[in-house]
Write a protein that binds this ligand. Structure first.
Ligand code: AMP
Ligand code: MG
Length: 305
């Protein structure tokens, strides 16, 4: 059965009912497609883990319709410098969790990850559901994140009740995760809001830091993540890639020219074309390039440097 429906107002209203009834809905955000369920319903949240085959130690991001909803989910003050500038948008804030947040959502952590998406369909769904919506990326665990409704259907099929289709996502790469429980705050995952945008900001007495430099990473940021079936090899420049391509003569090689927007769709396409090895020159580590580098290095199973 085809569960993909265009994200028209009637479909969004239906999706909100599904969420309120404890079901699973895939929906577009400005980053990637999310697999959403009522964040306050442990049973519904467990369905997300089952559908994705996601290990239970990997916490989910909770999506909120507004600041008021976010404030009910944390005991911590959310810095206005951040929320005013980046919400709604691709910035996830990790803060101490309130008692109402089930431990299934946070993987038994004392913290909760909060985000207010700016995609109009995500916003309409959250407004209609009137509930916080736990939503990781709507892919099978370990697969490239979905940037189109078809990717969700390919990975999850009938494990999801409804897929709201609003075409390819704007950014194509996940949100930046910023840990507010550390001072100064630490970037656990580079993403849609760049380090440069965050870096100049004084937050809770400090300046947002970079994860890669410290070798820190958030939970679920394992190596060999975001990966296609093919082996991925990454290079710092074109001559290094070409030298490797020479060595691999006779193999089915796919060459990836990555941008934030095409990264995941290209990994899926090269997989579908049957590439044995995907070769890729890493983008420079500034701006959104830092997030693209991070995901490619994880797909290749090498530590970020
Ligand atoms: P996904 O939505 O699939 O991109 O996954 C959500 C990611 O957000 C997790 O894999 C973690 O890296 C991060 N995250 C979610 N909750 C927390 C938390 N409480 N503390 C730290 N990181 C978190
Ligand atoms: Mg994910």
């Amino acid at each position: 059965m085809n569960r993909i429906v265009p994200a028209h107002p009637t479909a969004i209203a239906r999706a909100a009912s599904v969420v309120r009834a404890g079901g699973l809905v895939a929906f577009p955000t400005e980053t990637v497609y999310g697999l959403g369920a009522n964040a306050l319903d442990p049973e519904a949240v467990r369905r997300i883990f089952a559908a994705k085959e996601r290990p239970d130690w990997d916490p989910l991001i909770v999506h909120v319709s507004g600041l008021e909803m976010a404030r009910r989910l944390t005991t911590q003050e959310l810095p206005v410098e951040l929320t005013a500038r980046f919400w709604p948008g691709p910035l996830t804030l990790v803060a101490r969790k309130a008692a109402c947040v089930p431990e299934e959502v946070t993987a038994r952590r004392a913290t909760v990850a909060l985000r207010m998406p700016r995609h109009p369909v995500a916003q309409a769904l959250l407004a209609a559901a009137q509930l916080p919506v736990a939503a990781p990326s709507a892919n099978r665990f370990g697969r490239p994140s979905p940037t189109r409704a078809e990717h969700v259907a390919a990975d999850l099929g009938d494990r999801v009740d409804l897929i709201l289709d609003a075409g390819p996502t704007e950014l194509g790469i996940e949100s930046t995760v910023l840990d507010l429980t550390q001072s100064p705050p630490v970037i656990l995952r580079p993403g849609g809001v760049t380090r440069e945008e965050l870096g100049g900001l004084r937050v809770a007495g400090g300046v947002a830091d970079e994860v890669a430099a410290k070798g820190l990473a958030g939970p679920g940021m394992s190596l060999k993540h975001y990966a296609p079936r093919a082996a991925v090899e990454v290079f710092e420049d074109e001559p290094a890639l070409q030298a490797r391509a020479e060595q691999l003569r006779g193999h089915r090689i796919g060459i990836l020219r990555p941008t934030a927007g095409n990264l995941y769709a290209e990994l899926r396409r090269l997989d579908a074309e049957g590439a044995d090895v995907i070769l890729c020159v890493l983008p420079a580590g500034n701006g959104i390039g830092l997030a693209v580098r991070d995901r490619l290095q994880r797909a290749a199973g090498v530590h970020s440097s």
